[in-house]
Design a protein around this ligand. Structure first.
Ligand code: ADP
Ligand code: MG
Length: 263
């Protein structure tokens, strides 16, 4: 399979066809039609095998997570996702791996109406770079710098489950099968809070997505906003799975570890 067959067989076939994509995959560049009155939010993230995910991660999880981390960045801006490009470095054109990867990638792109419009493919160590573009009404992007003394701090969901998932994979935590599967799902298949981010436009004074843990990411908001905050640990929203092991694992997975992708 050469590069062109690979692109045609796997990446040119996708569920989403947007009317604002004038030229998609196949020409020298994509041609795109942004809506009037909107600003573009652009973000990119790179995932390297063995660094950002274990080398034996299922390809479907790799495809899902590569897009999820990018979608989460747009969610944190209150932007509505539209287009993405995919830079892929692959050790080999393995059809089984590509089918799994595409099912994870397009399985997440589909529900968010997100279209793959281009990319680059090369042979090399497994690395996935995605660049994503979305729209936000002019002046309404949610910034890190808008927090004010007196603001309340909210998160969009349970914290720490992804960290528990990683502990399970490393055999540092033992959970019953159903709970183990649930926290590993939170680690490998995070659902980016895109609609929550859109709903927060005009409502939240500042926003960030939690990719490095609440303490670190809240810290970025506070630094950008020039203010401070205090958190009551007992007020953190924890899942029933977490609560059942809280005495054993402490607060660290919820406060100091990443990968939850809540806002
Ligand atoms: P060029 O030599 O001009 O960079 P390529 O042969 O790399 O062209 O790519 C041909 C077309 O396929 C382009 O439209 C490019 O955007 C698209 N493409 C290449 N790799 C990917 C990929 N991994 N995902 C999506 N589109 C891709
Ligand atoms: Mg190219």
């Amino acid at each position: 399979m050469n590069e062109f067959e690979l692109i045609r067989n796997y990446f040119a076939r996708q569920p989403v066809r947007r009317t604002d994509v004038v030229v998609a995959i196949g020409d020298d560049a994509a041609v795109l039609d942004p809506p009037g009155g909107c600003q573009l939010a652009v973000s990119t993230d790179m995932l390297v095998s063995g660094v950002h995910f274990p080398e034996d991660t299922a390809p479907v999880a790799v495809g899902h997570k590569a897009l999820a981390v990018n979608l989460s960045d747009l969610a944190a801006m209150g932007a509505s996702p539209a287009w993405f490009t995919l830079n892929l470095s692959l050790p080999a054109a393995d059809p089984d791996w590509l089918v799994g990867f595409c099912s994870g990638l397009f399985g997440l792109a589909g529900p968010f109406g997100l279209q793959l419009v281009g990319g680059d493919t090369t042979r090399g160590p497994l690395t996935i770079g995605i660049q994503i573009t979305g729209f936000v009404p002019r002046g309404q992007a949610l910034l890190r710098s808008g927090a004010q003394p007196g603001d309340d701090i909210y998160v969009t969901g349970w914290l720490g489950d992804a960290a528990l998932g990683l502990m399970c994979l490393h055999e540092k935590l033992h959970l019953p099968d159903a709970e183990r599967a649930r926290v590993i799902q939170r680690l490998e298949r995070p659902v980016p809070r895109v609609h929550e981010g859109e709903a927060l436009r005009g409502l939240a004074s500042a926003c960030i997505d939690i990719s490095d843990g609440l303490a670190a990411d809240l810290g970025h908001v506070l630094e950008a906003s020039g203010t401070g905050a205090s958190i009551e640990l007992v007020a953190l929203p924890l899942s029933p799975v977490y609560l059942a092991v809280r005495d054993q694992v402490g607060w660290d997975p919820a406060v100091a570890r990443g990968d939850d992708y809540e806002l």
